[in-house]
Design a protein around this ligand. Structure first.
Ligand code: BGC
Length: 573
């Protein structure tokens, strides 16, 4: 998890962006652009909506539900990879970056989607997988068929093994998904060959980003999709493309199976070379007359390293999942927010805040646990539901953009009883079935109150089975209920678009009792989150604009709840 080694403490100073712009070397291209306070809605395509009734979500299904996304009040959709893929890792194993997988549709469907989104005023942000491709990608196939030392093998990380006959992996590095990070190849004559590096699954060989041909191919990929009208890219695991290839051992034990904590502090993450690649991509993005947004999934060890990604000629924003990793605790939230925001202050840049994604356990489930959401999860509680809404009020208060994973607006919970024969996540298999993996947050959305897959497909069963209780939290059910989580999100997002100015770039923490966070933006607005064990009394000079649950008393915010408050206007105003 990221830390702020400089121990900044509080961010106390309120900074007004136009003043800052006038007085600093801020990149004016990035000042006040569409994404500055945008809310992105993450669509995991396979689980969003199925138009051709095969039980798998597709692009036409997404097009049919665009009005729902628009009505939610977001500004953009971030769509999980739709490229041609064997689907060994949910589409993050790409066989052809320049086409659409038939499971999801066609290039024509993509064009319809982009055009229809733009007509509704929604931007389209696509996921770019660059650290690796699929082992079925023609490049990897030709590397396997080519001799050691060939130019084809230079596109990846091929190395000789250690020990007798090269039977041991080149070093002790671990895959993030569990097991070793090296896979042995077979020579065309059937004898054991070299090893290749795979940070994730063995079906995802890492690309060598020091290779000019790899760099050129990705320039082409960016232009291919930008030319079709894509407004930006979420850069998948981008800090992993910088590798410090001295191949030193890390001291991992051979039976050290699952090490998700290796995101960050290891030589195969965040080496300086990544920044040359990001500059190159930003130059490509700048070839277009409309601003293209590059937001990176950046996992690094400290604020100084994070701030480097936000330099004026690199990324406009980073998407951090650190907030998803912390437990429900005021200090933890405050510390993490300060840490991430410090990087933005340093670079005069913007964070994309999120509590959820297709890789994280659902928020209502996480916040229903007493401690970290690990191992067997306890059932969802009312407390978890309230905390999830409160967490979103906090995240949506922060300056910068925000991202909401599909289904969070319905309060969906993590599905923990998916039958084993339906589980797909490589983490489950690579950890010897010790870790359930990420399928539980990817279960297809419930749209209707009834039907085989609650309106996800018209008659087919969904590719991952939906829990029975989801009829009660379906979109149709929640639209009929003014106190539903969906209605809550709609109100919050509508308010957010009007109450915060584009140029309000900073916030302060107001003094507050232990366990209560009070985040101020501007003279009139505060967000109060009550993490403590006692109700929190609001002063008479403030009124609640929206709250996580109906306030039991006009001036009291209950335990686990939150509210947006505005200074009361006097009758004469
Ligand atoms: C994506 C994951 C994916 C991994 C490998 C991540 O950061 O969000 O879903 O498994 O990259 O591509």
């Amino acid at each position: 998890m990221i830390v702020d080694e400089r121990e900044h403490g509080q961010i106390l100073e309120s900074i007004h962006l136009p003043t800052l712009l006038a007085s600093s070397d801020v990149d004016t291209e990035t000042s006040l652009r569409w994404w500055h306070k945008a809310v992105l809605y993450e669509v995991f395509l396979r689980s969003f909506a199925d138009a051709n009734d095969d039980g798998e979500g597709d692009i036409a299904g997404l097009v049919s539900r665009l009005p729902y996304i628009k009505d939610l009040g977001v500004d953009a959709v971030w769509i999980s990879p739709w490229y041609v893929s064997p689907m060994r890792d949910g589409g993050y194993d790409v066989k052809n970056f320049l086409d659409v997988d038939p499971l999801f549709g066609t290039l024509e469907d993509v064009q319809n989607l982009i055009d229809a989104s733009h007509e509704l005023g929604l931007r389209v942000v696509l996921d770019l997988v660059s650290n690796h491709c699929s082992s079925q990608h023609p490049w990897f196939q030709s590397a396997l068929a080519s001799p050691e030392g060939s130019k084809e093998r230079e596109w990846f990380y091929f190395k000789d093994g250690r020990g007798e006959g090269g039977n041991e992996p080149p070093n002790d590095w671990k895959s993030i998904f569990g097991g070793p990070a090296w896979t042995r190849t077979q020579n065309p004559d059937g004898t054991p060959g070299q090893w290749y590096f795979n940070l994730f699954d063995s079906s995802q060989p890492d690309l060598n980003w020091k290779n000019e041909e790899v760099l050129k191919h990705f320039d082409e990929i960016l232009r291919f999709w930008f030319d079709r009208g894509v407004d930006g890219f979420r850069l998948d695991a981008v800090s992993a493309i910088g590798k410090d290839d001295d191949y030193r051992d890390m001291g991992f034990a051979p039976d050290d199976l699952y090490r998700p904590d290796i995101w960050g502090p290891v030589p195969f993450f965040d080496a300086d070379g990544v920044h040359d690649v990001l500059r190159r991509w930003r130059r490509v993005a700048r070839e277009y007359p409309t601003e293209k947004f590059l937001v990176g999934e950046v996992v690094v060890r400290d604020v100084d390293r994070l701030a480097r990604y936000l330099r004026r000629d690199e990324l406009q924003s980073t998407l951090s999942f650190d907030l998803c990793k912390i437990v429900w605790d005021a200090n933890a939230f405050r510390q993490m927010i300060n840490t991430l925001q410090s990087a933005c202050f340093e670079r005069r840049s913007w964070m994309t805040w999120t509590l959820s994604s297709h890789d994280e356990k659902r928020t209502v489930s996480r916040y229903s646990q007493d401690g970290p959401a690990e191992g067997v999860l306890a059932d969802v509680t009312q407390t978890g539901r309230e905390r999830a809404r409160s967490g979103y009020l906090l995240a949506l208060t922060l300056p910068g953009s925000a991202c909401i994973f599909q289904g969070e607006e319905l309060g969906l919970w993590e599905v923990t009883d998916i039958p084993e024969d339906k589980l797909q996540d490589p983490i489950y298999f690579r950890t010897g079935k010790q870790e359930l993996g990420r399928d539980g947050c990817r279960v297809p959305l419930p749209w209707e109150k009834e039907g085989t897959s609650l309106g996800f497909s018209s008659s087919h069963e969904a590719w991952l089975p939906q829990p029975r209780g989801w009829a009660d939290v379906s979109v149709a059910t929640q639209l009929d209920d003014t106190s539903s989580t969906l209605r809550f999100f709609r109100s919050v997002l509508a308010l957010r678009s009007t109450i915060f100015n584009d140029d309000e770039w900073a916030f302060t923490w107001d003094p507050s009792p232990t366990g209560v966070l009070v985040l101020r933006r501007g003279p009139d607005f505060r967000c109060v989150v009550n993490f403590s064990g006692e109700p929190f009394q609001i002063g008479p000079d403030e009124e609640a604009l929206v709250s996580s649950s109906p306030l039991t008393h006009e001036l009291v915010i209950d335990v686990n709840n939150a509210a947006w408050l505005r200074a009361r206007r006097s009758a004469t105003n």
